[in-house]
Design a protein around this ligand. Structure first.
Ligand code: ADP
Ligand code: F6P
Length: 331
């Protein structure tokens, strides 16, 4: 028999969706999944342009199935994105919650990185049922083994690095290739392995021991290596300076290439389209179950969810096995 004292879950009627922080390929697939899953559940959907900035400016539009047609294959985010300093203030957050209520938005999906999650938490505290999706090419969200956009970004960088490697080999040069990751070395580590780099510099582990790099280049030259590829994460940086110093110390011609923002765009890979779709759909399911203040994650082969606050406290580092393996494979 049903428990008559069980508290009834307040039914969500209108779901808002926004993207915030750095964009990432696959965000469109997530938006599409949020909109169409919500519609399939009989809910209304409102798109909020330019993240929390658009929320505060009430840049809000009704969305239907057609609004998200022809976007799954596109990079970027159809809802645009922004960084919004005003939303870091209590007044901004109060205003954001007020505007959600004014527009009948009782459930919200925020797609972004950990900064955006902080904002999502603030809205949840103010009575807007809010679910966050990890959208960042950096893979630097500890509660999840997958973030929307990482797979595409790594593949984009890998292809660019293959090209640099060709010319590096022809000229028998050393090439330092800088990939994104201001605080996290996941893109660098994956490219380092996928591109067969001789050295990989990760902000989490690099000890500024340039002499070790120099010795390695000289040693590899002696054993007949035709190029020396160093993948450097943005968080370590100084690729141009490093190239000059290395060339002076080794006598090996050295060039620096910064892959840059091409890593943030482009048509998402199948993985990013499928996983981002699953995360978008899961976010709506959680809202329909009355959940709030949760982040959707991918862990041990399953799409799961965590409390945002707990997720923000978690920490992770690039897998030591992969880091050590990369060193051994670069002989
Ligand atoms: P990302 O989400 O990619 O980590 P940011 O760190 O730039 O990107 O955060 C995106 C936006 O999220 C910020 O511009 C701000 O509007 C909001 N935000 C970040 N930190 C907080 C915070 N502590 N409280 C409220 N909102 C925040
Ligand atoms: O999206 C994450 C990230 O790509 C970082 O790796 C990089 O440091 C940062 O965004 C750059 O962001 P922007 O160019 O938007 O300032």
């Amino acid at each position: 028999m049903a428990n008559k004292y069980k508290t009834k879950v307040k039914k969500v009627e209108t779901i808002g969706v926004l993207s915030s922080g750095g964009d990432a390929p696959g965000m469109n697939a997530a938006i599409r999944a949020v909109v169409r899953t919500a519609l399939a559940n009989g809910l209304k959907v409102k798109g909020i342009n330019r993240g929390y900035s658009g929320l505060l400016e009430e840049d809000i539009m009704d969305m239907n199935a057609k609004s998200v047609a022809d976007i799954i294959q596109r990079g970027g985010t159809m809802l645009y994105t922004a960084r919004c300093p005003e939303f870091m203030t209590k007044e901004g957050q109060d205003k954001g919650a007020y505007i959600c209520k004014k527009h009948g938005i009782d459930g919200l999906v925020v797609i972004g990185g950990d900064g955006s999650f902080q904002g999502a938490k603030k809205l949840a505290e103010r009575g807007i049922n809010t679910i966050a999706l990890p959208g960042t090419i950096d893979l630097d969200i500890a509660c999840t083994e997958y973030t929307i956009g990482f797979d595409t970004a790594v593949n984009t960088a890998m292809q660019a690095i293959d090209k640099v490697r060709d010319t590096s080999t022809s000229h028998e040069r050393c090439s330092i290739i800088e990939v994104m990751g201001r605080h996290a070395g996941y893109i660098a580590l994956w490219c380092g392995i996928a591109n067969g780099a001789e050295d990989i510099l990760l902000p989490e582990f690099y000890d500024n021991n340039e002499q070790q790099l120099i010795d390695n280049i000289i040693e590899k030259k002696k054993i007949g290596k035709k190029h020396h590829i160093i993948i450097n994460a943005e968080g370590v940086g100084d690729s141009y300076g490093m190239a000059k110093r290395i060339e002076a110390a080794t006598g090996v011609e050295t060039r620096a290439t910064i892959v840059g923002h091409i890593q943030r765009g482009g048509s998402p890979t199948a993985k990013d389209r499928v996983y981002a779709s699953a995360m978008g759909a899961k976010a709506v399911e959680l809202l329909c179950e009355g959940k709030s203040n949760r982040v959707v994650a991918y862990k041990n082969g399953k799409f799961v969810d965590f409390d945002i606050e707990e997720a923000l406290k978690m920490e992770k580092l690039p897998d030591e096995f992969l880091v050590n393996m990369a060193k051994k494979l670069s002989r």
